[in-house]
Structure formats: structure tokens, C-alpha cells
Design a protein around this ligand. Sequence first.
Ligand SMILES: Nc1ncnc2c1ncn2[C@@H]1O[C@H](COP(=O)(O)OP(=O)(O)O)[C@@H](O)[C@H]1O
Ligand SMILES: [Mg+2]
Length: 274
Amino acid sequence: METANPTHQLTGRKLAVKLGGTTILNGIDFAARSGQLIGVLGPSGSGKSTLLMALSGFRPATGGVVLFKRKDLYKEFEALKTHIGFVPQDDIVPTQLRVERVVKYAAELRLPDLSKEEREQRIDSLLGMLDLQERRRLRVNKLSGGQRKRVSIAVELLAKPELFFADEPTSGLDPALEMELMKLLRRMATQGRIVIVTTHIMSSLSLLDLICVLHKGRLAYFGPPDQIKPYFKVSDFSEIYHLLGTREPNEWESHFKRHPFHQKYLASQLQGGS
Ligand SMILES: Nc1ncnc2c1ncn2[C@@H]1O[C@H](COP(=O)(O)OP(=O)(O)O)[C@@H](O)[C@H]1O
Ligand SMILES: [Mg+2]
């Protein structure tokens, strides 16, 4: 997808996470650019959350390099983190505070240089975009799971991040809300952001530009959603998780590395050096 600023790139090279002798991520390559919505999929425990933490810099990989806007994310994290939003898997604390208070406090903390009016304006537009205007006076602990998730997203969007992560944002939502949230993330990407999301939702895969499939910490697929069924030779996406278990993770990885998608969507992007 063409974007206003194609130079905004996020790349991960040979990302590895080793914790206490266990390898949780093993040599993962990753490449994203502005305008893209990328889904990270894989069985539970395959390393999705770990990859998001590593790509966002919030919990750096123990091996490998992440570049964002041509800069080493881990070395320049303090400067770059203002451009990064992260909605973690766990909901925000179900506080007694009203929605607008929570967002206002966050705005005061994160946007101290804006005037009160500018902050109010930004809050208004975000609450509108996230369909929370009518609930702004409600207490957070009275909201539904989906509404709470949208408050978390509003807080993370305050600083207008160019790079946005959401870890299972649709878990606990009903199918209609899931779809709405995925469409919102799609719009956020199309506006020129890089949006990376972990999901289990099969119905919204067509909204994604690229899918990254992990299996036991290894990369099993990185490519377009409409090519994933032919790639794995399955008729339904849900068969893939079972299929992954029938071969060793490194076999899936080397299978993918031999496929043209590896060159097209990863190797060529990583060679560019941006
Ligand atoms: N702090 C940790 N110490 C040791 N193992 C961990 C830690 N965090 C996660 N793991 C393990 O790493 C693997 C990947 O975890 P995670 O990234 O949360 O997977 P996913 O998000 O795909 O379910 C799991 O086997 C998990 O048990
Ligand atoms: Mg997870």
C-alpha cells in the first residue's frame, strides 16, 4: 500500500529471546512500513507477545537488532519511544475514575507541551474516533471489555504514535466488536502508521496486509493473508495450527526461507538497510 512517508520502516533482524536457558524466540526476521497492518499469529505460547515486546523495545530481544526510522531502537529507545504506542494484552486497571479523567490524566503526563485547549481537542477527537463520546462520563470499572480496550487504545493514541502495537486487542470481545476493532486498526494503519497486532481472529485476516506466523519461537510464514492457505496447502485457516505441530519448528522455518515470499517480504526489505 502506498503511503505518504514510505521511509518509516520497522525491521527486526535475527531476533532472539533467551530467558534462563530457554529460547523463546529464535532468529526472527521482520519488516514493516508505514501504512501496513500486520498480524502476528500462532498457537498459544509460540512467542507472539514476546515478539511484540521485542519489536516495540519495551522488552528488548537478547539477540538481534531492531531498526525504526533507520535508528537502532534499543540504543535510541528514549528518543524513539514517544513515537510508539503499545496496548498490552491485559486490560487497564479497572479504576473508579471516569473515562475522560483517565484520558485527561494520561494526556497531561504524555503531552505536557500542549495547551489545555489542544489537549482537550485531541481527547475529544480520539473519544469520537473510538466511539467513546457517549461513555466519557462512565467509570472505567463499569465498562465492557471492548470499551475498556478502546480506552487503552485512546490513551496510547494520545501522542499520535507512528508505530502502534496491540497484543490480542480483540480477546474477550464478541464477533461484531472484534470486527469493529480490527477495522479501526486498519484505518489507523491506512492513515500512515505501522500497526502490529496479535490476533486469533480468522474472519478479519483480509484486513491485514501481511501475516507473520510463529511456531515455537520460529518464523513459519511471513506474507499476504490470501496466500497463506495455498502456502500451507489447507482449505481452512484453522487447520494450520494443527499442521504446524506435525513438523519441527526449524523445518517450517527452512521451508519458508526457501520460498520466494522470504525474499520478497523480508530479505529484500532487510537488505535496504533502513
Ligand atoms: N518471563 C518468562 N520466562 C520464561 N519463559 C517465558 C517468559 N515469558 C514467556 N515465556 C514463555 O515463552 C513462550 C512464549 O510466550 P509468549 O510470547 O507469551 O507466547 P504467546 O504470546 O504466543 O502466547 C511461552 O512458552 C512462555 O511460557
Ligand atoms: Mg501472548
